[in-house]
Ligand binder design. Structure first.
Ligand SMILES: Nc1ncnc2c1ncn2[C@@H]1O[C@H](COP(=O)(O)OP(=O)(O)OP(=O)(O)O)[C@@H](O)[C@H]1O
Ligand SMILES: [Mg+2]
Length: 113
């Protein structure tokens, strides 16, 4: 199993969620976050002075998936989150050791489907 974390543009979230549900993802955690990439945010004028705002609002999604769904999920995230411009975001994939569905005690792949 893998934990996929993606940082995306907020307005892309709904399209991404629908794409993941369509390939069989059964749950998503979504969080409003702030961050920066290599362009380091953007400039803003405030009270006549220019400020460099490092952090820009993004949406973070965390999705636990079975090994067989990982590649498909990453592809769908790339497709749905892309505009082709700087700031489209990043996808991080990490090994996931254990999953428990609290209500039933089911574990791992069974708890993900
Ligand atoms: N190395 C990183 N570690 C953790 N979070 C990151 C990292 N790089 C980017 N992020 C997160 O992803 C968001 C979007 O990053 P962004 O797409 O601007 O990356 P980038 O590497 O600058 O690529 P691009 O050149 O396409 O803009 C950032 O605001 C930040 O929240
Ligand atoms: Mg960037």
């Amino acid at each position: 199993m893998r934990m996929i974390t993606a940082i995306i543009r907020p307005h892309k979230y709904e399209e991404l969620r629908d794409a993941l549900v369509a390939i069989g993802i059964e749950g998503i955690t979504v969080t409003q976050v702030q961050g920066f990439g290599r362009q380091r945010g953007h400039s803003e004028i405030y009270r006549g002075a220019e400020y460099q705002v490092m952090e820009v609002p993004k949406v973070r999604i965390d999705v636990a998936v079975s090994a067989e769904l990982v590649e498909k999920a990453v592809r769908e995230i790339e497709r749905a989150a892309s505009t082709g411009k700087t700031g489209d975001g990043k996808i991080f994939v990490q090994p996931l050791e254990q999953v428990v569905r609290i209500r039933t005690g089911e574990t791992n792949e069974t708890a993900l489907s």
